[in-house]
Design a binder for this molecule. Structure first.
Ligand code: ATP
Length: 318
């Protein structure tokens, strides 16, 4: 069983338009609407693949009620705490040139009290559900506490030990604080821009990343995946580096492909697949998501077809 944490769920609206222009009145067809947030998208992906998933997080205000209604139709279990404020809207515009323009609200504030309540829920659920193999902590949080996720890792380890794999899909200061803290996550998945920001180096292409896969910030993180969009990914698994290439596809909407990738990783780990098979599922999930209008959504048919077209080459040991 997989447990996911989403401290900033969203109500997503995705507009597809062939006539988008900045500074003008843009008329569009009705948007594709769905519930989002990195952890929720990863939950949906892993549940579609067949894992049992429990999503944990917070909801607020009228949007929170709407999100709750949508969550009831998903194929995973949910526990979402109601907090003051308003859950966010996230608007994506996919235009004629396949640009993705996103407008994403901040979301309700996560106070220390809320953060503690959620942490307690993670620990009690994991303790009572003996089958939890993996906890995926995903996405931004509107919080003044820059140590929030670092504290989560420490508390989870203190309460649950090392037997459960903790995956984090974070960016910015929260990721940096997690990586400089005493308890490392089992897995991280920055995309190339997030990794560039993390290490303070301008990384443009996949090959630019390779020398930095031995960066000290990655020390003691067993499984690092740097996702590179249509170019696939680079992985560092313990001391081995892998170049992962993927076939070209006719992209519909790549938003949420990273979240689907994390869902695929969580699924592979939950099923105790080999690292190679886990990487195949992860890449296939990212691609399958990119083939859909919906965000954080994959089809088993596409995942199974794509996973055999992924090329994984060992580059070297470090
Ligand atoms: P997001 O933040 O939108 O969830 P991300 O930036 O974290 O995405 P990406 O690196 O864009 O993640 O994508 C993750 C994976 O999804 C890639 O490694 C790849 O397997 C697949 N993918 C993403 N974009 C494309 C694309 N344009 N064509 C094919 N595959 C893609």
């Amino acid at each position: 069983m997989i447990l996911t944490v989403t401290l900033n769920p969203s109500m997503d609206s995705i507009y597809f338009t062939d006539t988008f222009s900045i500074g003008a009145m843009n008329r569009c067809n009705n948007p594709v609407k769905a519930v989002g947030g990195k952890g929720i998208n990863a939950s949906r992906t892993a549940a579609i693949l067949g894992s049992r998933v429990q999503a944990i997080g917070v909801l607020a205000g009228e949007n929170g009620k709407l999100i709750q209604t949508h969550l009831e139709t998903e194929h995973f279990d949910s526990f979402f705490l109601t907090i003051p404020g308003e859950s966010r809207n996230a608007v994506t515009i996919m235009d004629q040139a396949k640009n993705q323009t996103e407008i994403v609200e901040l979301g309700p504030e996560i106070t220390d009290t809320t953060a503690k309540e959620i942490l307690q829920k993670i620990i009690t659920l994991t303790t009572s559900e003996k089958e939890v193999t993996t906890i995926a902590v995903c996405g931004s949080a509107n919080t003044k506490n820059e140590q929030l996720y670092k504290n989560y890792l420490e508390e989870i380890q203190a309460s649950l030990g090392n037997s459960i794999k903790v995956l984090t899909d974070l960016s910015g200061i929260q990721l940096k604080n997690v990586l400089t803290g005493p308890v490392k996550p089992y897995f991280i998945k920055p995309n190339i821009q997030e990794f560039s920001e993390l290490i303070g180096q301008p990384l443009k292409q996949k090959k630019d990343v390779i020398p930095y896969l031995s960066h000290e910030l990655l020390d003691n993180v067993p499984f690092v995946l740097i996702s590179c969009g249509s170019l696939g990914a680079l992985a560092r698994v313990n001391n081995q580096l892998f170049d992962i290439t993927i076939p070209q596809i006719e992209v519909v909407n790549p938003t949420g492909s990273g979240d689907a990738t994390v869902g695929g990783i969580a699924y592979g780990l939950d099923q105790h697949f080999s690292i190679e098979e886990t990487l195949r599922y992860a890449m296939a999930c990212g691609m399958s998501n990119a083939l859909e209008k919906k965000v954080g959504f994959v089809t088993m048919t596409n995942v199974l077809a794509l996973k055999n077209q992924i090329n994984i080459v060992k580059i070297k040991n470090i």
